[in-house]
Design a protein around this ligand. Structure first.
Ligand code: SF4
Length: 490
């Protein structure tokens, strides 16, 4: 793909509030593309993790933006949720002086066929294809009609493409043809099973192995990567080779780039005369450090005499014996779990673990690391200083929820204030809330305290411009309780 050094790439993933497995491949593909230096900036955002789809625009300087959904299929998320959250009005959106190109999701790109073949060969090296049945597995159910279509297309492409497999079939967890019937669906002595999912997780670690008969229902725990490393499995007189989710394949980074390339070709985008705006975020960070604002959240930033920088937990400043790290990407791992090993879905929870030191050669690396520790925080602080930050009222966020969250906006005002006061309390989250209840109603009671500046004078503030997924979940719970309380008794 040609260089897009004038543009930013945003990769959108689903994410999870329960474990980091869901967002891990999206981050790794972003790392790989960033390493290749093809874009001015490469960032991720998520539906269920930070940064969310409103905040992500504050992380980038470029005026030309490509967005690639790291999703398996077109459908509810890619056609409704993502355009709504990212404020898109078509393939190309012009907004706030930016040109935003919305590409197709990775899973429907024709090059997924090549990846599936590669994955099948990797998982069963040296096993002749003409003695092998290939099963591509999807979730199934009416909600995933499009993902079924994508899998059926891949099966047809591989079956009819002369790739030499004895047979190629699709199978699903929750509808026919069922994964559990794999032995009846295939006849070759070797069987390769590839889950057509974006990330490994409950389905690929546990559900599908149980359906295949590789393990007992009550067997080993989730997140056991070993499930992919014990091939082949001798089952029902056949040799079964089981692979991780196709989305974890490193070459998915190429498919993301292919989607950008195809977008340019399909829509006739010429990048030759694009304007390159001045960088704003890096100079802002440099300026803050020079004036002694060297703290953000629980992190202290030290400028060293040789021009390099050291980041550490603020409580560890000046301490010896800290565990050294040297890559900005290490920040992502350091921020992932607290000291007790619990997943930190909210990066601004005051639970950052201690005992580490991050030595970084350039300010660019510091900016990247801070975006891993506190996604979009630098950009939002800069935008606030320049009065360019727009906060979204709580009622607006709750009102645009759909699916199982569509009732969240039925909670009463007093419940909303109490919920925000409790969920967003400083012991849970270090951000300062900038949004009101409605455009005409400020937050009140316990929630009002969270709208006041809560950072030290030498700190870069952590800001909240829109209620996060934790608030939406809390509102759903209250709305459900209201509904149950209003049901006639008996
Ligand atoms: S909504 Fe509350 S908990 Fe969520 S990020 Fe904002 S301040 Fe923190």
């Amino acid at each position: 793909m040609n260089s897009h050094s004038h543009a930013s790439l945003i990769i959108v993933g689903h994410g999870s509030t329960v474990n980091p497995d869901s967002s891990a491949p999206t981050h790794l593909h972003a790392d790989e593309i960033r390493r290749r230096g093809l874009f001015r900036e490469v960032v991720c955002c998520f539906w269920k993790e930070e940064p969310n789809m409103r905040e992500v625009y504050e992380m980038i300087d470029s005026q030309v933006i490509y967005i690639v959904p790291n999703f398996i299929s077109e459908g509810y998320f890619c056609q409704q949720v993502l355009p709504r959250e990212l404020r898109l009005d078509g393939p190309t959106t012009q907004r706030d002086g930016k040109t935003i190109h919305y590409c197709d999701p990775v899973g429907i790109h024709p090059n997924m066929t090549r990846l599936l073949l590669q994955r099948a060969d990797e998982v069963a090296p040296g096993v002749p294809r003409d003695k092998t049945s290939l099963i591509i597995v999807g979730h199934g159910t009416n909600l995933n009609e499009n993902s079924r279509k994508v899998i059926e297309t891949q099966v047809a492409l591989i079956r009819d493409g002369g790739h030499g497999f004895a047979e190629v079939v699709d199978a699903y967890m929750e509808e026919a043809p069922l994964v559990a019937d794999w032995a009846k669906l295939t006849s070759a002595p070797n069987v390769v099973v590839v889950p057509f999912f974006i990330a490994d997780g409950l389905h690929s670690f546990q559900d599908i192995p149980v359906l295949l008969g590789m393990r007992e229902e009550t067997g080993a725990a989730l997140s056991e990567l070993g499930v992919f490393h014990h091939n082949p499995h001798e089952l029902q007189g056949r040799l079964l080779y089981y692979s991780g989710a196709i989305g974890t394949e490193p070459h998915m980074a190429d498919v993301i780039l292919d989607q950008v390339h195809d977008f340019d070709v399909k829509h006739g985008v010429a990048n030759a005369d694009c304007r390159m705006p001045n960088a704003e975020l890096l100079p802002a960070l440099e300026h803050w450090l020079k004036e002694g604002r060297d703290v953000i959240g629980e992190i202290a930033i030290s400028s060293n005499a040789d021009g390099s920088f050291t980041l550490c937990h603020i409580a560890d400043r000046g301490k010896d014996g800290l565990e050294p790290h040297h890559e900005a990407e290490a920040a992502r791992t350091l921020a992932q779990y607290d000291a007790r090993g619990a997943f930190r879905p909210l990066h601004t929870a005051p639970t950052l673990k201690r005992g580490w030191r991050l030595d970084l050669p350039t300010l660019d690396d510091v900016r990247l690391a801070l975006d891993f520790f506190y996604p979009a925080a630098v950009g939002m602080a800069h935008a606030l200083e320049h009065e360019k930050l727009t906060a979204v009222p709580l009622r607006e966020v709750l009102g645009r929820q759909t699916g199982m969250y569509r009732f969240t906006n039925t909670i009463r005002d007093d419940q909303a204030h109490a919920m925000v006061g409790k969920t967003c309390a400083n012991e849970n989250c270090l951000r300062r809330i900038l949004w009101p209840l409605t455009s005409a109603q400020p937050l009140e009671a316990a929630a009002a305290a969270k709208t006041q500046p809560n950072h030290a004078p030498n700190a870069i503030p952590l800001l909240c411009i829109e209620a996060c997924t934790h608030i939406v979940s809390a509102a759903r719970k209250i709305a459900r309780e209201n509904h149950e309380a209003n049901q006639p008794k008996g």
